[in-house]
Design a protein around this ligand. Structure first.
Ligand code: FE2
Length: 262
């Protein structure tokens, strides 16, 4: 079974790339199941119900979120009733939505997806290690194939979570930094991991934001209204091959596709 994970879809440029390229990419790569992180889809911050539906229509089986989960008010009621769009597990306990989705792959095999936030440099009420074991056990009761989107800033925390879950899930995919790391590997216990899968969006930018605006804010310390960039668009992520019977990964490779193709 082949699982495609597309990393943080950023702004309208990233969204368009997904809508126009994902259907073909699924065919070319022989993808059985696709997870898309949509936490930056709405103008760089958050996700709206309309955009969530567009990502699902384009070929995402499950959409995950991250630290900008509540940037758009209207996503709360949507998450409360959605089975395929999930938010991180370790947000405030009274928050709407779920952190686990189970959906069928192309051949009907159930695939579980969980979403979790890191605690280093991110404001979370509960650390990831407080909730991860129970979440993974719940996922394993529903499916042999389990994909974890660990949305976190620090490489140490991401590698630690990947090692902690080795042998218990199919893949731990890091997201949030928007910079793809070159450490895709299958760990000794059979769990594939990459510290960060990158960004599906405009790379001629400062992690998605117009370069001049991001640099001006840093140089002056003054408030600058950010705008999403539009150049150098790539779809980035990871392709995981696994045994659907055991859930063990056999391979993982980074995905980097220019859009439009050059
Ligand atoms: Fe993020």
């Amino acid at each position: 079974m082949r699982l495609l994970f597309l990393a943080d879809v950023f702004g309208s440029a990233g969204r368009r790339a997904v809508e126009e390229r994902l259907p073909g990419l699924r065919d070319e790569l022989g993808v059985d199941f696709c997870v898309v992180n949509g936490e930056n889809a709405a103008d760089g911050r958050g996700l709206t119900p309309k955009l969530a539906d567009k990502l699902l229509a384009a070929g995402a089986d499950v959409v995950t979120l991250g630290n900008h989960v509540w940037a758009r008010d209207e996503i709360g009621p949507y998450l409360a009733q959605s089975e395929r769009v999930i938010r991180p597990a370790n947000v405030a306990s009274g928050s709407p939505g779920r952190a686990l989705a189970v959906a069928p792959a192309a051949d009907g095999t159930p695939v579980a997806v969980v979403n979790l936030l890191g605690s280093l440099f991110l404001d979370v009420p509960v650390g990831p290690f407080e909730v991860i074991d129970e979440l993974v056990e719940e996922a394993r009761r529903a499916a042999n194939v389990v994909v974890v989107d660990f949305h976190a800033e620090a490489t140490t925390e991401k590698i630690a979570v990947a090692r902690w879950l080795d042998g218990r899930v199919t893949a731990v995919i890091g997201t949030h930094t928007h910079v793809q790391t070159s450490d895709a590997r299958v760990q000794p216990g059979g769990t594939a991991a990459i510290t960060d899968a990158g960004m599906t969006g405009p790379h001629d930018s400062v992690i998605g934001v117009e370069t001049e605006l991001a640099v001006r804010r840093m140089r002056t310390g003054m408030p600058v209204r950010f705008e999403t960039a539009s150049g150098g668009v790539r779809l980035e992520g990871a392709l995981v091959t696994c045994d659907p019977g055991t859930g063990r990964a056999t391979a993982i490779e980074p995905v980097r596709v220019a859009w439009p193709a050059t």
